[in-house]
Design a protein around this ligand. Structure first.
Ligand SMILES: NC(=O)c1ccc[n+]([C@@H]2O[C@H](COP(=O)([O-])OP(=O)(O)OC[C@H]3O[C@@H](n4cnc5c(N)ncnc54)[C@H](O)[C@@H]3O)[C@@H](O)[C@H]2O)c1
Length: 380
């Protein structure tokens, strides 16, 4: 019989739902020593958080996150709130001795991230950040192929994350629905929101980033603020592109925008090595494209691997359906919970830890600094 591990969830929005779904599903599909229990949901609005708790099956509600942290029946705290709240909640959770699963980006900036790392390391509590794309099976397979040396020396890493939802100048900034457009709540625009995902995956697959040269643009300079009702300057980056050198000598090219008409969440990556290339696309997330130069010449070409096999050792897939049946976005969160719980049982850290996510934060800060100064900026 699995031991209960009581979850205190802060936030009931997009990620609050995605994570809760993962806690509910994980023990049905993975055999684990710990079983998540939906102990308490927390948000400021009693009526809304109660409705969320009833709908998703939480046993209780709190309207003050500090009260949640005081409860002795909470083992792990999940932080699913806007970025400007991560630091305060995570440090207090660490001081209360709770395990922490924190949404990305880790913090508003490196200085905050350093404080958060110090707090979890001092408290010795298990911690993880929700860079969930690492655990899409096709991306995990890419990691295995790279680590086995199948690509050989890597020359190029390319990633995009394209959206189109803020093109209208009538979209306000700030408030519950649009905090991502308010620099005081989000810290940055596409850099922390979208490129942070690309950077985390890149560091995981291809190693550390040495230096960056970036440009950002804010296409709509002023928007009405939902909380003040006044037209205010927009402080976030609407678009960002940067070049970088990886520590392994390869070159990186990254682009993100919320102004690419027609694209909703087009996260793509491509890696070119001396022996082979890999490409992946979130819109077709169960496939990995692979080109192997050692194939017989007349058959050489890009193959599209349907990452659903059991015998083919496709990561995580033996836990789900039969070969050929694909899984989706929400499963990346289930996989992250499964790996986290396994780490808790073994007493070993599971990445991306706060310390791992700090590396991504350092790149994000360097990107913004470079865009501002129009200079190359070293990451460390
Ligand atoms: N891993 C991913 O792919 C991914 C995707 C989306 C968002 N995120 C991250 O998740 C976090 C939340 O984003 P979201 O899209 O779920 O936002 P959201 O706007 O959908 O939900 C935010 C939640 O925070 C709650 N909240 C705000 N202030 C609070 C407070 N003081 N106390 C308690 N609750 C409070 C709100 O009530 C709401 O339930 C952000 O850090 C974001 O960057 C990650």
């Amino acid at each position: 019989m699995a031991k209960p591990l009581n979850i205190g969830m802060i936030g009931y929005g997009f990620m609050g739902r995605a994570h809760t779904n993962a806690y509910k599903r994980v023990s049905d599909f993975f055999s684990l020593e710990y079983r998540p229990v939906l102990k308490a949901a927390c948000a400021r609005d009693k009526e809304k958080v109660t409705a969320f708790a009833e709908n998703w099956g939480y046993e209780s509600v709190e309207t003050d996150w500090r009260k949640l942290l005081e409860r002795s029946d909470i083992d792990a705290v999940d932080i699913c709130v806007p970025n400007n709240l991560h630091k305060e909640m995570a440090i207090a959770a660490a001081e209360a001795g709770k395990m922490i699963l924190c949404e990305k980006p880790l913090a508003m900036n490196v200085a905050e991230g350093e404080e958060m790392c110090a707090a979890v390391e001092k408290a010795g509590v298990p911690n993880i950040v929700w860079y969930n794309y690492r655990r899409v099976p096709a991306v995990t397979l890419a990691k295995r192929l790279i680590d086995e040396g199948k690509l050989g020396r890597i020359f190029h890493y390319r990633a995009n994350f394209l959206q189109d939802w803020t093109i209208s100048a009538d979209v306000p900034q700030g408030g519950a629905a649009l905090w991502r457009l308010d620099v005081d709540a989000a810290g940055s625009g596409v850099t922390g929101d979208l490129l942070a995902h690309c950077i985390d995956t890149a560091i995981w697959l291809n190693g550390g980033i040495q230096d960056v040269n970036a440009m950002t643009e804010t296409f709509v300079k002023e928007r009405v603020h939902a909380l003040t009702g006044k037209v205010q300057k927009v402080g976030i980056d609407d678009a960002c592109a940067f070049l970088c050198h990886f520590q392994n000598g390869s070159l990186g090219l990254f682009e993100s925008t919320r102004y690419a008409r027609g694209h909703k969440a087009l996260y793509t990556l491509e890696i070119n090595g001396e022996n082979a290339s890999i490409a992946w696309d979130l819109h077709d997330l169960h496939r990995l494209s692979y080109f192997d130069h050692s194939d017989e010449g007349r058959l050489r070409g890009w193959r599209s691997i349907h990452v659903t096999d059991h015998g083919g050792d496709h990561p995580y897939m033996d836990k789900w359906w039969v070969p050929g049946l694909q899984i989706g976005y929400e499963h990346s969160f289930v996989h992250q919970v499964a790996d986290f719980l396994e780490g808790v049982a073994k007493g070993t850290p599971v990445g991306p830890t706060f310390r791992d996510a700090l590396e991504t934060q350092k790149v994000c800060d360097a990107v913004l600094q470079s865009a501002h100064s129009r200079q190359w900026v070293d990451v460390n």
